[in-house]
Design a protein around this ligand. Structure first.
Ligand code: SF4
Length: 612
């Protein structure tokens, strides 16, 4: 009998032959890697070919569930999609939430791993234990949302769909996988799926899963639900993550025009609420305005009591979900302050099926190349809304040489363009940077540099240490390193359980409380100490996977611009992040993680991972 919350097996489907088999997942593996991001890393290690092409037929694409999926615990209806990234050549794990997570798990599997390449554009159906491949050429070129609608209409009740848009079919290296309007966004998972000739995977529940202690799980769910209505989540309920835009602008942490500045003159246009228009606590209490946009709806992922999704409509009538990251990437990063254009660009990214952060970062880099005469596209100017929308379409369809170049991401494109363009390409390990200015957030600078996925704010929440008020965010040292390690460990557990990060503020003793939840669901007696060990194991397993795939010490680094161009702040201080300071923080991080001077673990640590 598997532990509560698990089926103890993984479905491995080969879309070349159309065959599949269930394989056992022993309790010992599940306890060490939990689910989601952790279990996905273990599966990728076991089922991937070392050094394999992420877009090749043998590359595994893993949809990984977790023991908490299907329980009444708020924000637990999540899954991870894990693969070797075509953008970074290293591990990428994107989390998303929707009914797909619940239906996928209740096919009776803790994960579904896909290999191979279908002979034509196809859909993989997983109906309980049965799998089938059906033709999908009639869905070619559709948005993921349209493909989802069509498929559910064709297949009937109970099916849930995760699909790619046109960009995934075209192999854009930062294409997404979408379902119920949510996206597994970062690292190009949509391109991996497209390379398998898969337009979609559709799943239908066929069974149930029991928890070890249903009464304890229900009591915990009630308690968490109450806490999820409290002050720790108010920001997400009221304005959503867009609230960060003005806050980051005020502290010179808002990357602007490809990191040429850290404040943006047009920030208020994009995010300021008119006076006296504060949001209330009541679910569904709409609308409020930000200057150019009207909030028309608020909703939530499946099984979530927070509801951080804020849908806005622009003056031009365009409607899109507004979050800090998409507004930062398609607004300040590209110098665009027109809310209509930013909403239209966000909506276009959703339709094409591309990651807004990588799209914005790559376009901003290209705008600077055009400004410097490194590429022949004088029309591609910072702040030009029409140019932003035009280039998005060229990227999504790979319709022009420039669009095709930018579909490769900023790192690959800079190798083609040459000159000094690599020095201002805004990526780490090939993944474009999120909206956190490393020169004014030194903990985050470290978190971004050493993260396994590349420049990423979801696997390292080190900015929390910078914003805690307990240390000087412009003067990175050991305290910053400790903050980066702690938030990385917490993220590893939350991403494997899986619980939404926006819930993290409600936990006063996180590892103890998470251990309690995992114990109630599984029946294991998990302590906070064991869970801390699990966190370290998952972080290390990702590093070890990356080393196997070719990681080098120079990959734990930041773009040269950030180390060579100090920022003058309104306060009069100068924000400088030198190579020496970053190197010292990385050395301290390696020491705290038990790594050698080059960032490699010793054999005893690798043995403990149980990857062999
Ligand atoms: S808080 Fe937001 S992202 Fe998290 S589960 Fe709820 S709606 Fe989804």
């Amino acid at each position: 009998m598997p532990a509560g919350g698990y089926f103890g097996r993984v479905l491995v489907a080969d879309v070349t032959s159309g065959t599949s088999q269930s394989r056992p997942l022993p309790d010992s593996v599940l306890r060490r890697y939990i689910g989601g991001s952790g279990l996905g890393t273990w599966l990728l290690w076991q089922l991937g070919t070392p050094g394999g092409d992420p877009l090749g037929p043998r590359a595994p694409l893993a949809f990984v569930f977790s023991p908490l999926v299907g329980t009444p615990l708020t924000t637990s209806a999540k899954f991870a999609v894990v693969a070797k990234s075509p953008l970074t050549g290293m591990l990428t794990d994107a989390l998303a939430s929707s009914q797909f997570a619940i239906a996928g798990k209740l096919t009776g599997h803790d994960a579904i791993v896909i290999h191979g390449r279908a002979p034509e554009l196809s859909v993989l159906l997983v109906d309980g234990d049965r799998t089938r491949l059906i033709g999908a050429t009639h869905l070619a070129g559709m948005t993921a949302a349209d493909a989802d609608r069509h498929l559910r209409g064709e297949l009937g009740r109970g099916w849930r769909v995760a699909a790619i848009g046109p960009a995934g079919e075209q192999g854009v290296r930062y294409a997404t996988i979408s379902h119920d309007g949510r996206h597994a966004g970062r690292g190009g998972l949509g391109a991996v799926m497209g390379a398998k000739n898969l337009k979609a995977i559709a799943v239908r529940a066929g069974t149930k899963v029991a928890t070890a202690d249903p009464a304890a799980v229900l009591a915990a769910a009630r308690d968490l639900r109450e806490r999820s209505f409290g002050p720790a989540t108010a920001k997400y309920r009221e304005l959503g993550t867009l609230a960060n835009l003005l806050a980051f602008n005020a502290i010179s942490a808002l990357p602007t025009r490809n990191f040429q500045a850290a404040t943006f003159d047009g920030a208020a246009e994009l995010a300021e609420q008119p006076a006296g228009n504060a949001a209330g606590d009541v679910p569904g209490a709409v609308p409020e305005d930000v200057r150019g946009m009207r909030r028309v709806a608020r909703s939530s992922c499946a099984s979530c009591t927070i509801g951080c999704e804020h849908i806005y409509r622009s003056r031009g009538g365009q409607q899109a979900r507004v979050e800090y990251e998409n507004v930062f990437a398609l607004g300040p990063m590209c110098g665009v302050s027109d809310p209509d254009a930013v909403l239209a660009a966000s909506a276009r990214c959703d339709e094409l099926g591309i990651d807004t952060i990588s799209a914005g970062g790559t376009i901003a880099w290209a705008m600077e190349c055009a400004q410097r005469g490194l590429i022949d596209a004088p029309w591609l100017r910072f702040g030009d809304s029409a140019a932003l929308l035009r280039i998005l379409d060229e990227i999504g369809g790979r319709g022009t040489p420039l669009g095709s170049l930018l579909a490769e991401g900023s790192r690959r494109a800079s190798r083609t363009v040459g000159g000094d363009s690599a020095s201002f390409a805004p990526h780490v390990k090939g993944l474009e940077m999120p909206g956190y200015e490393p020169r004014t957030l030194h903990s985050m600078a470290l978190g971004l540099a050493v993260n396994a996925r590349g420049a990423d704010h979801n696997r390292s929440g080190a900015y929390e240490a910078d914003l805690s008020g307990d240390l000087d965010r412009l003067d990175g040292g050991d305290a910053h390193v400790a903050g980066a390690v702690e938030t990385e460990d917490r993220a590893a557990v939350m991403d494997s359980l899986i619980l939404c990060k926006f819930l993290r503020g409600v936990f006063t003793d996180p590892f103890t409380e998470w251990a309690g939840l995992l114990s109630a669901v599984t029946g294991w007696e998990v302590s906070s100490g064991e869970l801390r060990e699990t966190a370290r194991r998952i972080v290390m397993a990702k590093r070890v996977y990356n080393i196997r795939e070719g990681w080098q010490p120079a990959d734990d680094w930041l773009p040269e611009r950030l180390l060579n161009e100090p920022l003058s702040l309104p306060s009069g201080r100068v924000a400088t992040l030198t190579a020496g300071r970053l190197r010292a923080m990385i050395a301290s991080y390696y020491k705290m993680r038990g790594l050698d001077l080059e960032g490699r673990p010793d054999p005893a640590i690798v043995y403990d991972l149980g990857l062999a």
